[in-house]
Design a protein around this ligand. Structure first.
Ligand SMILES: NC(=O)c1ccc[n+]([C@@H]2O[C@H](COP(=O)([O-])OP(=O)(O)OC[C@H]3O[C@@H](n4cnc5c(N)ncnc54)[C@H](O)[C@@H]3O)[C@@H](O)[C@H]2O)c1
Length: 394
């Protein structure tokens, strides 16, 4: 019998693709999740969200090396317990350092010292140490490792088999046991301490968030000067490798980058001016767009259509999407706000593409879905992303 892996939070955006890829690599995987609707859907061979290639893989491994359950008891049969529940910030933008800790406490009755626990949620630094201490208070000494997830949502199946895995562990045994699992996916591992791995994950996301903020700030400055940032960026990056990673502008959103920047700020006792400045720029973008519209139009008389409600292109995930911030603020100011998204399934107010084009006086690209590249309409389109390739001066 091969290694048995239980993934707590295994019905989520990170846990489920990971479970499928591990099940496809001859591990015996059970996804444990508190959400019965997700578990039922998964056990019927359907993905609860879009992930490229995942539904096909789910159908291949389901009932063979993969299953889902809400029952924690299965944890006692596991050799490896991976914990990857969500770790959002609260309404005060504070992380909850106890999110993972309290789930671990729920697992305690089913854990034993022969197991390895792998923490995979993005955590507040120090959580791995805290988990080790909790184990000890219960007389448990399992191996323990923090192995952060770095995939791009939508590309998980591919990237889990490509990206090197950071393995945070204090003992050689824990490091080896965790490494063996990921090496079976064909990736290299980089071993550091748990504390280093925790910060490595936060720095990875915050670095991206700050890069996007820099691009958004440059766009805003260019726009205020009446210049098209796309042209300026293209000039900078043209045959100049040192600037090739300068992104274009866009609504920087989603469930990770913003909240991990806030986690890092909280970790630094709120002494993180660069992170907070990035947050102001990125979160302020929809409001700036509205203010520019207000300069040109009488918004109270305007029907506005938002094209794309997911937090990024080709995704159905609306978590922390700035298109919804745009919608909320426009609903207060404009005559009507209409929404379209070809992927999102959880918003009943969405209308068809033909309808939104005919009903709106002006359109705003909220998420850069490829389908909008082909749009033919004479109505003005606000396109911060330069999705349509006509520049992003507004
Ligand atoms: N989404 C990403 O692209 C991404 C990438 C890298 C890292 N991360 C990190 O991975 C973690 C998970 O993110 P996600 O996007 O998968 O979140 P998610 O909300 O999609 O998934 C979390 C899952 O955990 C389940 N859950 C919550 N409490 C539970 C409990 N007590 N027992 C069992 N299951 C429970 C939920 O029902 C949900 O299915 C977060 O820390 C996130 O920051 C996310």
């Amino acid at each position: 019998m091969d290694t048995k892996i239980v993934i707590v939070g295994g019905g989520g955006h990170v846990g489920l693709p990971l479970g499928l890829v591990l099940a496809d690599s001859e591990f015996e995987v059970t996804a444990v999740d508190i959400e019965p609707s997700a578990v039922n859907l998964i056990n019927s061979g359907k993905m609860p969200f879009f992930e490229d290639g995942a539904e096909e893989l789910l159908r291949q491994v389901l009932g063979k090396t993969f299953k889902a359950t809400t029952d924690y008891q299965i944890i006692q049969e596991a050799d490896v317990v991976i914990v990857v529940i969500g770790t959002p910030v609260d309404e005060h933008l504070n992380p909850d350092p106890n999110a993972v800790v309290s789930v671990i406490e729920k697992c305690v009755p089913y854990l034993n010292s022969g197991q390895i626990i792998i923490l995979r949620s993005t955590v507040f630094p120090g959580v791995t140490k805290k988990v080790e201490e909790i184990m000890k208070t219960h007389g448990l000494t399992p191996d323990l490792s923090f192995c952060p997830e770095r995939i791009l949502e939508g590309q998980a199946l591919k990237e889990l088999r490509l990206l090197p895995q950071i393995v945070g562990a204090d003992s050689e045994k824990s490091a080896n046991r965790a490494s063996v699992i990921f090496e079976r996916l064909g990736v290299e591992t980089k071993i550091v301490s748990p504390e280093e791995a925790e910060l490595a994950k936060l720095f990875t996301n915050v670095w991206r968030y700050i890069k996007f903020a820099a691009a958004n700030q440059f766009w805003l400055m260019s726009n205020e000067a009446g210049l098209d940032f796309t042209r300026i960026r293209d000039a900078i990056a043209f045959d100049y490798p040192r600037a090739s990673d300068l992104p274009n502008a866009g609504f920087t959103a989603g469930p990770c980058l913003f909240k991990d920047t806030m986690q890092l700020a909280a970790f630094s006792n709120n002494n993180f001016a660069l992170g907070h400045a990035a947050m102001l720029v990125n979160e302020g973008l929809p409001l700036y767009v509205i203010s520019k519209l207000q300069e040109r139009f009488d918004l109270r008389e305007l029907n506005v259509g938002i094209l794309g409600m997911a937090f990024k292109g080709e995704s159905d995930d609306i978590r922390s999407s700035l298109a919804y911030k745009l919608k909320k603020n426009l609903q207060f100011k404009a005559k009507n706000v209409f929404l379209h998204d070809p992927f999102v399934t959880v918003d009943k107010s969405l209308i068809s593409l033909d309808e939104i084009i005919s009903k709106s006086d002006i359109l705003i690209v909220g998420a850069p879905h490829n389908i909008y590249k082909e749009l033919t309409t004479t109505k003005p389109i606000i396109d911060v992303w330069n999705l349509l390739g006509k520049g992003n001066l507004i």
